[in-house]
Design a binder for this molecule. Structure first.
Ligand code: RP5
Length: 189
């Protein structure tokens, strides 16, 4: 059981602590996902991320913090994220995208970077800026604009300690497999 509440947009979404009951009856805390975007212009790219988190009943907070324009706020958020109950940080940014790396530098939580297509370079700039981290500070980078996969990867990380969530993810995989096999069966060329 994973009841969720979601707040109104006001620069950020706030979510309360959520509780999850294991199938074996043990009560465990389901950690929250932080979704940080470098600009509100990144918001449309994150729609798939939010939809997936909601579909999986994963509590999340979203914020606009920039590695360049609000470096202190971004760093302070990352530094306190673990004690505030977050389990994973997703960071989306375009152009010279240092956000995921800057957040990762301030926390040992896993950070997933989404390179956003936001410039004349079609996201290749953000991809390289996000993925090419120096040794010691990893960022798990998904595809350009790959926000749905970022949410799924965050869910998989949380599912290492949540049997209910792991079961939901396995069921989604089975549904996906069935859908592809149905397309194969329907193929008539
Ligand atoms: C990055 O610069 C943001 O993540 C965004 O993708 C890009 C453009 O930002 P805006 O100029 O639209 O605010 O920092």
């Amino acid at each position: 059981m994973q009841p969720r509440t979601r707040t109104a947009w006001g620069g950020c979404f706030f979510l309360a602590w959520e509780w999850s009951i294991w199938s074996k009856g043990r009560l465990v805390l389901l950690k929250k996902v932080a979704v940080i975007m470098g600009s509100d212009s990144d918001l449309p790219v994150l729609e798939g991320c939010f939809q997936t988190l909601r579909k999986l009943n994963i509590p999340y907070e979203a914020h606009v913090y920039s590695a360049h324009r609000t470096p202190d706020a971004a760093g302070a958020f990352a530094a306190s994220a673990r004690e505030k109950g977050f389990g994973v940080i997703i960071a989306a940014a375009g152009k010279a995208a240092h956000l995921a790396g800057a957040l990762a530098a301030r926390t040992v939580l896993p950070v997933i970077g989404i390179p956003v297509k936001a410039s004349a370079l079609d996201g290749l700039d953000a991809l390289l800026s996000t993925v090419q981290m120096p040794g010691g500070i990893p960022v798990a980078t998904v595809a350009i604009n790959g926000s749905e996969n970022a949410a799924l990867l965050a869910a998989q990380i949380l599912a290492t300690s949540d049997e209910t969530l792991a079961g939901t993810l396995e069921a989604m995989r089975r549904d996906m497999e069935a859908a592809v096999l149905a397309k194969d069966a329907a193929l008539n060329v």
